[in-house]
Design a protein around this ligand. Structure first.
Ligand SMILES: [Fe+2]
Length: 513
């Protein structure tokens, strides 16, 4: 019936109506038949100049079997009308940290790891005019009492006493304590949200012993910048957290995404996006995995990992072949949990890799689509950021991602829920300022522009699980994020709407940021 309604609407737009006989005939068709028929009629009606404007059953039949509409010619005609097919892909892998994963694991590696973090983030401070002249702790400690100081150090511990914050610092050579009082409001608010093991810059005065009193506390932050933009009007579709294999996996909704990408559903505006989609990202948690959280087995529809990927391949295989597709793993995929994670391995992911061509990278990864630079990170460490930073909760993953950009680090705190491999280099420092920063993991779609970087949390394709219910997480599944690479404009499309038959634009339903 939906197909029929749409055909009648589209014919009306083209200036045609149907009579009772045509209407009754169309009603007898099932969905696939009606779809093919409608496509044929709409493609050929313009070629039949003598057609009257009120179409009977007979006329519809004549049009749909017009000689110009033999299948190969229909396909050629459709192919010519898809702009993304004619646009050449410009996909660059800027960094795949999985290529740099070493053996790691010894005490020596820990000291290398933190030294590298310290040096990289110190460099970020030196690029800022307000912290270019910051010194080492040794220089600050050598100053006389009440002298002004500015230095760079790493946060080892934070304690609150009588509403004052005492921050223990270390710069790999010396240690010190900084007192941050609520009277210095900006410094106090920053100090409150700083994660442990984060490199910061402190401006203040020298007090007694190893103590300093802070006037300002700075995070490395990203500069306000003009993002790189694509010259052409092309789109990227950002997905994450499919969780294929879970009982709560939204198969129908995800299937509709691929119907839409294959131009089978959607209103003209939505179709225009699908026709100009050149890139697609799946930012981790392709499958639900096994043994990821307590009692997960009760929530699995497929209990075999290989079969979960077999099922996932049925969806991934439907991505049109002209769309470049990038995949990274999440914490539900069968790779090591410590960051950085290697790509999804061939032994489990085989069905996925056989379904179509994929650019399979580690987590995190950096890519450029048409010159627009993406930082892709599944986002497990967002749990840590949300649990430790004040005024950030699971409904605001974009705020937690903003803090990661301010920290210029994807998982500052070592030894919390997200494990970090002590590599010789810290691959989790955000050295290059991204134009787009995508994560998933939280299962809540949110986006905001921060200093020129488009932050996007791409939600999920899994309804609320019992586990999420227990921890109080309310997801927003079935909402697709589409990003225009020419403008960095985000469009949210809701595929969960069951009755309207077409995907629903959500721009009006999501609060402004
Ligand atoms: Fe997930």
């Amino acid at each position: 019936m939906e197909q029929l309604r749409r055909l009648v609407q589209e014919l009306a737009l083209a200036g045609y109506q149907i009579d009772r006989s045509a209407y009754d005939y169309l009603k007898t068709m099932d969905e696939p038949e009606a779809s093919t028929f409608a496509k044929n009629v709409l493609l050929s009606i313009g070629d039949k100049a003598s057609t009257s404007h009120i179409l009977s059953r007979q006329e519809l039949l004549e049009i749909s079997t017009h000689p110009l509409l033999e299948p190969p010619q229909v396909q050629a005609s459709v192919a010519r009308t898809i702009p993304a097919k004619q646009i050449s892909a410009r996909l660059e892998v800027l960094r795949d940290s999985s290529k740099e994963i070493g053996t790691g694991g010894t005490i020596d590696d820990f000291s290398h790891y933190f030294r590298d973090r310290f040096q990289k983030l110190s460099r970020a401070f030196r690029e800022r005019p307000d912290s270019r002249d910051a010194t080492s702790l040794a220089v600050a400690l050598a100053q006389e009492q009440n002298k002004k100081v500015k230095f760079i150090a790493m946060v080892m511990e934070k304690r609150e006493r009588q509403r004052k914050l005492f921050v223990q610092l270390d710069d790999l050579e010396d240690t010190a304590t900084v007192l941050v009082s609520p009277e210095e409001r900006a410094a106090y608010e920053t100090a409150q949200k700083i994660p442990l093991d984060q490199v910061i810059c402190v401006g203040g005065v020298r007090a007694k012993g190893d103590l300093f009193v802070a006037k300002e506390v700075l995070l490395p932050d990203i500069p306000d910048h003009k993002p790189h933009l694509a010259e052409e009007d092309v789109w990227a579709i950002l997905l994450s957290d499919l969780h294929v294999g879970s009982k709560k996996f939204l198969s129908r909704e995800l299937s509709r995404v691929f119907d839409w990408l294959n131009l089978k559903i959607g209103d003209p505006n939505q179709r225009a996006i699908a026709e100009r989609t050149k890139y697609l990202v799946i930012c981790g948690d392709i499958v639900d995995g096994i043994g990821i959280y307590p009692r997960q087995e009760h929530e699995l529809a497929i209990v075999d990992l290989y079969q979960q990927y077999q099922e996932a391949a049925k969806y991934v295989g439907r991505i049109p072949d002209y769309i470049e597709t990038v995949v990274i793993p999440g914490n539900h995929d069968p790779v090591r949990q410590a960051l950085p994670q290697p790509p999804i391995p061939k032994n489990f992911g085989e069905p996925l890799y056989e379904s179509r061509e994929l650019v399979s990278l580690g987590n995190p990864a950096e890519v450029a689509f048409h010159g627009v630079r993406f930082l892709l990170h599944h986002g497990r460490s967002l749990d840590d950021v949300i649990s430790s930073a004040p005024n950030v909760d699971f409904t605001q993953p974009e705020k937690a991602m903003r803090l990661q950009l301010q920290c210029r680090h994807l998982a500052s705190e070592y030894g919390n829920r997200s494990s970090i491999s002590p590599e010789k280099v810290d691959h989790l420092v955000i050295e290059r300022v991204p134009d787009v920063f995508q994560s998933g993991h939280i299962h809540v779609v949110k986006y905001e522009n921060y200093r020129g970087t488009q932050i996007i949390n791409s939600g999920a394709w899994q309804a609320q699980t019992d586990y999420q219910k227990r921890v109080g997480l309310v997801p927003t599944p079935g909402i697709l994020t589409a990003l225009n690479l020419h403008t960095l404009q985000v469009r949210l499309i809701n595929f969960i709407e069951p009755d309207s038959g077409k995907p629903q634009e959500l721009a009006q339903q999501i609060p402004a940021y």
